[in-house]
Write a new protein. Structure first.
Length: 135
């Protein structure tokens, strides 16, 4: 009688499915997609961009800079002192050498800040600089 009970228990164990290997594969895929995904970078603040008739979209490694209506400068979500813009460009260029700079200036912002950023980009040897506009 004891051997019949053992046989019944062995049959129950044979019917179970071990999910551990499947969970391992799912976690590995999840890690792979997180590591290889491209994150959209934001400049830090929402600005009202001026309108332009010849606006075109850009792709690739972009350094987004926002200029608020009061003249404050934001890069990657951090407010930046104008004296340190060039060093921020050089740090980003170390990660992605062919980066382009996109200036998102508010329509009410002074042109002085835009010229300051253009000068810093020139000093950091960035040739691809654009000003963002609404189409």
């Amino acid at each position: 009688m004891k051997s019949g009970l053992m046989k019944k228990k062995d049959d129950e164990d044979a019917g179970e499915i071990d999910l551990t290997p499947m969970l391992d594969v799912v976690f590995i895929l999840l890690i792979f997609f997180i590591v290889t995904s491209v994150f959209v970078t934001e400049a830090g603040i929402e600005v009202t961009r001026p309108e332009a008739s010849t606006a075109e979209s850009k792709k690739g490694d972009l350094i987004l800079i926002a200029i608020g209506p009061s003249g404050d400068i934001w890069i990657d979500g951090d407010q930046v002192d104008p004296r340190f813009i060039r060093s921020r460009f050089e740090l980003r260029l170390a990660d992605a050498p062919n980066s382009a700079v996109i200036i998102q200036a508010d329509a009410d912002a002074d042109n002085e800040q835009v010229m300051l950023i253009l000068g810093a980009a020139r000093e950091a040897n960035i040739t691809d600089v654009s000003i963002s506009a609404e189409a």
